[in-house]
Design a protein around this ligand. Structure first.
Ligand SMILES: *Cc1c(COP(=O)(O)O)cnc(C)c1O
Length: 381
């Protein structure tokens, strides 16, 4: 199992991912399909492993942002339906068709261009309606009607679904959300009797309004055990289980004298004689310089990162001498202390989504199943 040679790794708890999908499934009306959103390498967790865990727990489909991400999953042997939610170049639709990957049709112009390339191929489409997100999708009913008739008259296109995406589903105030929902309902009149998959719900919508999700949901952040926003934590009907944690080890330790300096710029000065440990993780791993001064856990206690974080290493101030190899937890729990993804996000003045995504693939991912290591993915070797 040991296929990495540095003392830094992320742990991905697949049992937690399964539990989160199962809990959601219980909330949804029967026969609602769950699409597991595994874009960006499953929000930094690991696309194949998360996809398999989600499918085992009741998801039936996958969704990604780019065609390359869908192709990567096919290459790894995934055979379930995959939707690419982002824009795919019309000239690449045949690649999608050959690999049975469903695409997002987001304008009449895209359909026209894509049609030119599909001489001997058929591709499945989900039509994207822009009801207020302002990102991708058809906004006007006129263009919608023309697009639908273009699909109907071109055998290369199979309409598989229709969807929209909410801009404010994770906010307490639901006025804008309701406006988007009503707009979606209006536009859906053109899909009556088409028997397609209808989906609008991201995590926040699935958790807050499980009975208003039509026949499929797109489950992202909460599958990883993170709340879509801190505003609606009290509305989440079950306990989410965080799947991502990040660990390293002390590889060097020394006692520095009062007045001695640490790291680039010599910005940190020991205020007394101090034990300083060196930890092999840095900004090239996504543990960015802005995290200097924040805490890590050693033997269940919080200790600070001191001096500037380097590309590959950083220093921490210890309360006492520790043996080399002592575990350092940057995200996760030790004894009764926890540093959550949300705590790191707050420190960086960003959202929790960004945190696992920014931990680079130089950090090996260790996948845990039934409490033991199932697999380690080291993208370098
Ligand atoms: C990323 C994404 C999702 C998943 O959203 P979460 O908030 O992570 O659940 C759903 N739909 C679209 C279109 C997305 O881009």
């Amino acid at each position: 199992m040991q296929n990495f040679y540095r003392d830094t790794w992320a742990e991905i708890n697949l049992d937690h991912i399964e539990a989160n999908v199962q809990s959601l499934k219980k909330q949804l009306p029967p026969n609602t399909e769950i699409m597991a959103v595994v874009k960006a390498n499953a929000y930094g967790h690991g696309d194949l492993e998360v996809a398999n865990a989600a499918l085992k727990a009741g998801a039936t489909r996958l969704a990604v942002a780019f065609l390359d991400e869908a192709l990567a999953l096919r290459k790894k042997g995934v055979t379930v339906p995959i939707l690419v939610m982002g824009a795919v170049r019309p000239s690449d639709v045949t690649i999608a068709a050959e690999n049975h990957i469903s695409l997002t049709a987001y304008s009449k112009e895209w359909l026209k261009q894509a049609g030119k390339y599909l001489l001997h191929h058929e591709v499945s489409l989900h039509m994207k309606l822009d009801t207020g997100m302002g990102r991708l999708g058809i906004r006007e009913e006129e263009e919608l009607v023309e697009s639908l008739s273009f699909i109907d008259t071109h055998a290369c296109f199979q309409l598989e679904g229709v969807f929209t995406h909410f801009a404010t589903a994770d906010e307490k105030d639901t006025a804008y959300f309701k406006g988007q929902y009503d707009r979606f309902l209006t536009m859906l009149k053109h899909f009556e009797h088409k028997g397609v998959l209808i989906h609008c719900a991201n995590s926040a919508t699935s958790l807050r309004f499980p009975n208003d999700v039509f026949n499929a949901v797109r489950y992202g952040i909460s599958m990883y055990g993170l709340p879509p926003s801190l505003d609606i934590v009290d509305e989440i009907p079950f306990k989410l289980k965080e799947a991502f944690s990040l660990h390293s080890s002390i590889v060097h330790i020394k006692k520095v004298k009062k007045g001695e300096k640490i790291s680039y710029g010599a910005t940190y000065t020991a205020s007394e004689d101090e034990w300083i440990g060196t930890v092999p993780i840095g900004y090239a791993d996504g543990w960015i310089r802005r995290l200097s001064g924040s805490d890590v856990l050693v033997d269940g206690e919080r200790v600070p990162i001191v001096g500037r974080i380097c590309m590959d290493q950083m220093m921490i101030k210890l309360k006492e001498e520790k043996p080399l190899g002592t575990k350092v937890t940057l995200i996760g729990s030790q004894k009764d202390q926890t540093i959550s993804v949300n705590e790191v996000a707050k420190r960086l003045e960003t959202i929790n989504y960004e945190v696992p995504c920014m931990i680079s693939w130089r950090v090996p991912r260790m996948f845990l199943k039934n409490g033991s290591i199932m697999e380690v993915r080291n993208s370098l070797l």
